[in-house]
Design a protein around this ligand. Structure first.
Ligand SMILES: Cc1cc2nc3c(=O)[nH]c(=O)nc-3n(C[C@H](O)[C@H](O)[C@H](O)COP(=O)(O)OP(=O)(O)OC[C@H]3O[C@@H](n4cnc5c(N)ncnc54)[C@H](O)[C@@H]3O)c2cc1C
Ligand SMILES: NC(=O)c1ccc[n+]([C@@H]2O[C@H](COP(=O)([O-])OP(=O)(O)OC[C@H]3O[C@@H](n4cnc5c(N)ncnc54)[C@H](O)[C@@H]3O)[C@@H](O)[C@H]2O)c1
Length: 487
């Protein structure tokens, strides 16, 4: 008899969901967490603090705009302590919600660091000693930690990773962000809103290159208007701290250039927190980035040890991690389940925010899937005008033949909420006809669906007229009238 039917190592979304699902199936489950608070990276340094900070930045900008209408010369710089004030409060409340939920479900909480001893035993270091705990199944949900720059210590004030933002004491005037992935772009856009001069460096040419290019181009354009400089195609060779006399970060690029700034945010990726976990004692080997390989049921090469969440890599999102945790618990206790939905949304909380579900135009073009787009701009939508957002862009992509919805891409206020209407229609196999015939509340951003559908319908109608006119070739290289093929 083992102590537990399931032990979850890590209390982030994957560990929480796996443990609660096991408990709902009547199993004895526990969660081991080495941090003081429960909720994982998600609650302590990742999703929750970054999105709370973002709200504070938006709130400050709204206040600044209002103040400027009364005193146009007013130029204000907020204190970091003002902006971070609510962050620790929200983290504390979220951690409490997680703790209550686990306790309500009779999941045991063990504060300590777990390490595998064999296929059915972990040793837990509690700070004062170790204790063995036995289990039938284990879930490795240890998440990731930021990759740190080589050769220079992260001091949390001049050289930072995303973990340090919540303890930054002073709002910098200049900032270099290394890495234009999601973390880099989100924080770059937030600090730029506060008047910080931000330079984003990445060895990749395009930031966020998994997004639809039209959306990324729009984001880059809007961030440039906030004085963000993008240096794509530039690798970082080294980072140093110099005293001038205040401390500055100096970033030396592969091309020989130097960038000097008050703060350097190093957001060049994350790596699995699998070191020290004793995985060798159960015959499981992480890859070079510390990530684990799993099968379709989230089993590692040790059949009673599962892994879910960021530690198994892409997509590494809070919601997908939670769902992976739930699905893996169902599998280990022989509950039939569906698999992970094909269409899950991605939300980027830059300012402006971005969301997508389904493939990009580039992916569809590569796969030679015929499609048509429908566009709506927030400036043509009453709610966009009311919100004062005249730059939002909303796009739906439909299959050209059967008019099925293939994807939704959006940049602008509320994008991460708006996308869910499209996600539902996509999952239910709906298409253009649904949007043409349905009615949404007015004035809402959901009106974008209607306007974009009309736009797509008009383009498709034009295309059909052309197709019906036999033997018409359109010479896209010239601006002349279409050439009639007389053959
Ligand atoms: C700055 C930032 C912003 C983000 N923003 C978003 C967002 O807006 N939306 C989104 O969907 N996702 C976002 N993410 C990603 C999201 O946080 C992760 O996808 C999610 O937290 C992964 O959950 P997880 O269950 O894999 O584990 P994590 O949340 O990574 O938690 C793992 C836990 O395991 C614990 N642990 C590790 N080793 C041990 C051990 N040996 N013993 C005991 N405990 C251990 C750790 O202390 C940690 O608490 C963001 C991430 C970051 C860093
Ligand atoms: N809204 C969200 O859903 C959200 C928000 C934040 C984070 N996250 C999660 O966190 C994960 C990690 O994000 P991230 O942005 O740290 O990593 P990332 O891997 O997405 O991006 C890192 C970037 O750094 C660049 N880079 C690496 N080394 C470099 C060097 N020496 N010089 C120049 N550029 C270099 C890479 O080319 C890459 O573009 C993401 O995969 C995402 O799943 C999600």
């Amino acid at each position: 008899m083992y102590d537990y039917d399931l032990i979850c190592i890590g209390s982030g979304p994957a560990g929480q969901r796996a443990a609660v699902q096991a408990a709902k199936l009547g199993k004895r489950a526990c969660v081991v967490e080495r941090r003081f608070q429960y909720g994982g990276v998600c609650t302590e340094t990742g999703t929750i603090p970054s999105k709370t900070f973002r709200e504070a930045v938006k709130g400050f900008r709204a206040y600044q705009r209002l103040a400027k209408t009364h005193s146009p010369a007013a130029s204000m710089r907020p204190e970091m302590s003002d902006l971070l004030g609510r962050v620790s409060e929200v983290i504390g409340k979220e951690a409490e919600v997680v703790r209550d939920q686990l306790a309500r479900n009779e999941v045991d909480l063990i504060n300590g660091t777990a390490r595998f001893v064999d296929e059915h035993t972990v040793e837990i270091w509690t700070g004062t000693g170790t204790r063995p705990v036995t289990f039938q199944n284990a879930m490795v949900a240890v998440g990731t930690r930021p990759v740190e720059p080589k050769g220079v210590p992260v001091d949390g004030q001049t050289i930072l990773t995303s973990d340090d933002i919540i303890s930054l004491e002073k709002l910098p005037r200049t900032m270099v962000v290394v890495g234009s992935g999601v973390i880099g772009v989100e924080y770059a856009s937030m600090f730029a809103q506060l008047g910080v001069q931000v330079t984003v460096v990445d060895k990749r040419v395009r930031p966020l290159d998994f997004l639809d290019h039209e959306i990324t181009d729009d984001l880059v354009h809007q961030m440039r208007r906030n004085y963000v400089t993008f240096r794509g195609g530039e690798g970082v060779e080294s980072i140093d701290i110099v005293e001038m006399p205040q401390k500055k970060g100096v970033v030396r690029l592969d091309s020989g250039k130097f960038l000097v700034a008050d703060v350097v945010l190093f957001s060049a990726g994350r790596q699995g927190a699998t070191d020290g976990l004793g995985l060798d004692s159960i015959g499981v080997e992480p890859n070079k980035r510390g990530l684990l390989e799993v099968d379709e049921f989230y089993r590692t090469s040790c059949s009673n040890v599962y892994a879910a969440g960021d530690v198994i890599g892409y997509p590494a999102l809070a919601a997908t991690s939670a769902e992976q945790g739930r699905l893996s618990a169902c599998h280990m206790f022989e509950q039939s389940t569906e698999s992970m939905p094909e269409h899950y949304p991605v939300g980027i909380y830059s300012i402006p925010e971005i969301s997508m579900v389904g493939p990009t135009e580039q992916e569809l073009t590569e796969k030679k899937i015929p499609y048509e787009t429908g566009i709506a701009r927030y400036r043509e939508i009453a709610r966009g005008q009311i919100l004062g957002d005249d730059s939002g862009l909303f796009k739906m992509i439909f299959h050209r033949d059967d008019k099925r919805l293939l994807a939704v891409h959006c940049i602008g206020t509320g994008a991460t909420e708006l996308v869910h209407v499209g996600q539902a229609v996509l999952a239910l196999g709906g298409g253009l006809d649904y949007f043409l015939s349905t009615v949404f509340n007015y004035p809402t951003l959901a009106e974008c669906y209607k306007v974009a559908a009309y736009n797509a319908a008009n383009k498709l109608r034009l295309a059909e007229i052309f197709e019906q006119r036999d033997h018409v070739k359109v010479d896209v290289t010239s601006e002349d009238e279409p050439v009639r093929d007389v053959a």
